[in-house]
Design a binder for this molecule. Sequence first.
Ligand code: F6R
Length: 260
Amino acid sequence: MKVLILPDAQAAVARAADIIATTIAKKPDAVLGLATGGTMLPLYEVLAQRHREEGLSFAQTTSFNLDEYIGLTPDHPCSYHHYMRDAFFRHIDVDPSRTHLPKGDAADPRAASDAYEALIAEAGGIDLQLLGIGQNGHIGFNEPTASLGSRTRIKTLTESTRRANQKYFASFEETPRYAITTGVATILDSRKCLLLATGSAKAHAVAKMIEGPLAAICPASALQLHARATIVLDQEAAAALAFTDYYETVHPQGQASAFD
Ligand code: F6R
């Protein structure tokens, strides 16, 4: 795992944007795995700005989002389809027909999950998977105790995840209970993973992910098995790590190491 610790959230977001831009520069038709949530909003803003001002082009990329709530149509204002269109896709030059999210309103969500997993494989797999982390250590909506061998499927959301996401809905009761999410094994199949975490609320989960035991109780700890996982943190999200001196020796100020 590469652990990059940046001075603040803005710098962490810029560093994550650099990694995405480098991936696209090397492979313009890269398959990107995308995430939603509050952490990603400033990142999508920076990427859209680089598209406008620096010519960063997504025209040849394909994307697969991690997850979608079950029961919400793509035009529901709280759906991740809506989030992605509003926060990112409408600001860049991506071909909408090459953007994919699980179908939360499918009549048969199990079949839709299997079809989504197959579609990722058909696209040749994911080159760079962008991830956030839940306060409970989830990645995608792979909640604590999710199988580390899991594939795209239906997951029941924990109460803590529903409480964290309640702010986007009218009430806790209206916050969805189920989602389709790509699995931990689906995520681990990606050729590279990039996890961005900012803010003190993530510090505990980040420490368990990087320095805790590999365990389903913290699904993000599965990234310890990935050969090319980069974790980009601000100081607050890094605050509970024990080996900070080492991470800063290898990647001073979160920048490239001598051997990158
Ligand atoms: C969303 C997703 C989730 C979020 C996580 C953090 O697509 O995959 O795992 O990344 O819940 O969400 P925020 O950034 O809102 O704290």
